[in-house]
Design a protein around this ligand. Structure first.
Ligand code: PLP
Length: 393
């Protein structure tokens, strides 16, 4: 539909194109050509949610009380399950009424947070590369993004001393995410302490995205921002049910932390949405209460796939250090070939979808992200096709 009298709002025109949407078009074209696609592009877990979660949802569906508008602030029992989970996993005490808010997926909350807190012209610090919602929300709100450039040499960690004094003085929010999508980097506890110190010094809101809290391997336990003394005075943390529990399509996540910050987001949301279907909140609550064995099995699954693909890619010239967390591999493109060109090459010649690193910001150029969202026999097929097509590092 093109019409020269109905113009879009400037805030839409300012957004860079959403790479996943463009990849979708290319995938559709490849499918039309009869290619058997292996889609390792999005972070969309394969497989069913745990059976107790499905059972809880079915049972909740039969209750007429679950079919009306849910409470704006989320159901009390889901909020309690969230704060119990923080207590159990991190020994962090939170008030379920004021310090926890269910979300229609964490992407929704990450985006709306910017609308609740960013005025046009405000400076928002966002690493590059990063998860797109971390910069798209602030852009929609009219904020100025200051890219904190990450690099492999610095193990994809933010170097706080690289942020100019004047920028830090003006900044209002810092978004960050470890274990990291797309780079798979993890951050030591001292890094979180540094982040809190930086935020306190410059009075910056810290927004940490902990969506890979449970997808960690080899005994590594990710840190919650809220474990750090003082963090709750300036920070909030987002989490999602999408990844660990294969519930990406259910759209459920949550935010915890500073009650004033959360109140601002709640106020905005009260004006925009009605929250999450109560049945889904019941299912999410059940997921957070599953025995540890469930999470262990999920970890084993992703670790096995990680090791399998790293080994196979090593035969094609890639030397990849296994990451201790997330559900991705982040690999450099062959010398002289850019991210987009390589991803298109791979798609056209092998039918395998990987995500060009520049989809996550300019500092992702020179890399692609591969999601570990297929079983090893399918990953073996990926490797076979790479070999046949001469794809190598
Ligand atoms: C997958 C992912 C999310 C999850 O988003 P939902 O909207 O909860 O499905 C959030 N942040 C990051 C960094 C992710 O990779």
């Amino acid at each position: 539909m093109s019409s020269n009298w109905i113009s879009r709002a400037d805030r839409l025109d300012k957004l860079p194109p959403y790479v996943f949407a463009r990849l979708d078009e290319l995938k559709a074209r490849a499918r039309e050509q009869g290619l058997d696609l292996i889609d390792l592009g999005m972070g969309n877990p394969d497989g069913l949610p745990p059976q107790p979660v499905i059972d809880a949802a079915i049972a909740a569906l039969a209750d007429p009380q679950n079919h009306g508008y849910p409470p704006f602030e989320g159901t009390a029992s889901f909020r309690c399950a969230i704060t119990d989970w923080y207590k159990r996993c991190y020994n962090v005490e939170l008030d379920p009424d004021s310090e926890a808010l269910p979300l229609i997926g964490s992407k929704e909350g990450l985006g709306h947070l910017a609308l609740a807190y960013v005025n046009p012209g405000d400076t928002v610090l966002v690493p590059s590369p990063s998860y797109p919602a971390h910069f798209r929300g602030p852009l929609i709100a009219g904020g100025n993004i200051y890219d904190i450039i990450l690099s492999e040499e610095q193990e994809w960690l933010i170097d706080f001393s690289s942020i100019p004094e004047e920028v830090a003085q003006n900044a209002k929010i810092l978004y960050f995410n470890y274990p990291n999508n797309p780079t798979t980097a993890t951050a030591p506890r001292e890094f979180f302490e540094e982040a809190v110190e930086f935020a306190q010094k410059y009075q910056i809101m810290l927004v940490h995205d902990l969506c890979y809290a449970e997808l960690a391997f080899d005994g590594y336990q990710p840190t919650s921002l809220l474990e750090i003394p003082g963090a709750k005075e300036i920070g909030i943390e987002f989490h999602t049910l999408s990844k660990t529990y294969n519930m990406a399509g259910w759209r459920v996540g949550f935010v915890v932390g500073n009650s004033d910050i959360i109140q601002g987001l709640r106020t905005l949301k009260t004006n925009l949405d009605y929250g999450i279907f109560s049945t889904i909140q019941k299912a999410a609550e059940t997921a957070l209460q599953l025995p540890d064995q469930y999470v262990k099995d999920v970890q084993d699954r992703y670790r096995t796939r990680r090791d399998f693909l790293i080994k196979g890619l090593s035969e094609l010239g890639w030397n990849i250090k296994p990451s201790q967390a997330t559900m991705y591999l982040w690999i450099p493109t062959p010398k002289g070939i850019g991210s987009t060109e390589f991803a298109l090459d791979v798609l056209q010649n092998t039918g395998v979808v990987v995500t060009p690193g520049n989809a996550f910001g300019k500092a992702g150029e020179g890399y692609v992200r591969i999601s570990l969202i297929a079983d090893c026999d399918r990953l073996a097929e990926v490797l076979t096709r790479f070999k046949q097509a001469g794809i190598k590092y």
